[in-house]
Design a protein around this ligand. Sequence first.
Ligand code: SAM
Length: 277
Amino acid sequence: MADPAPDLPPLREVIARHGLSASKALGQNFLFDEQLLDRIAAIPGDLQDRAVLEIGPGPGGLTRALLRAGARVTAIEMDSRCLPALAELGEAYPGQLRVMQGDALKMNHAELMGEPFAVLSNLPYNVGTALFVRWLGGEAWPPEWTSLTLMFQQEVAQRIVASPGSSAYGRLAVLAQWRGAAKLAMKVHRSAFTPPPKVMSAIVHVTPADMPGGVSARVLERVTEAAFGQRRKMLRQSLKGMPGAVDALDTLGIDPQRRAETLSVDEFVSLARALSC
Ligand code: SAM
């Protein structure tokens, strides 16, 4: 039988003892509700003995929940003030927590982990989208990560899971839904955070899809950038600057008078495939 979870001091006490006042510049909004944190850690399924990458553990609220669930956690934190609190957590769960100090945007996550891993994170909003695009937009596929469970501003989460025809549908939706199955797993009220952010949050869960060959992520990115860059215009206008794109619409039977937000993910992928050849 697994050892019982160690008795840890309340997170608020840890924060007070280590003087971890929330830094606006680092996008720090902390979660303290341990039941909520356990529910977040449960989203990817059973984590017992699984490798997990957590970005931005801060004082370690979500990290505790991941460790309680039996995960082997690698946590990347930029703020060196959080390291002593995280070290205490590592002592309470011997051999289960590795903490790296630095900017997650500057690290090679697959190399760091060296085995398949789940990503869980209450991401700093300012780096969240950049990491998301990087995890989904790499040319190498399938990725080393087995799932992404990420906190976003609710408006960004809705853009990731949006369907064609809605005003939220755009580049993020096409990328996420091409590369994976993306669902909105949980809404999180702003009052759950300390300090509360201005907007509501939501957690997106993505699992990687099998990829049909012959499509370059870079080309798909260029097509969606051009098409949604002028989303009110017809495709024949917005794609004019991409050599071969308007002819490819014709070959694929896609009416050039349509606008970007009416194209399905499959139609964008067909277009990118035609332009990758
Ligand atoms: N996970 C904690 C929680 O749920 O209470 C803290 C979340 S807070 C929104 C975001 C954390 O990410 C902060 O601790 C911040 O210092 C850290 N952070 C910000 N930018 C980072 C980056 N580029 N790389 C790694 N950590 C970063």
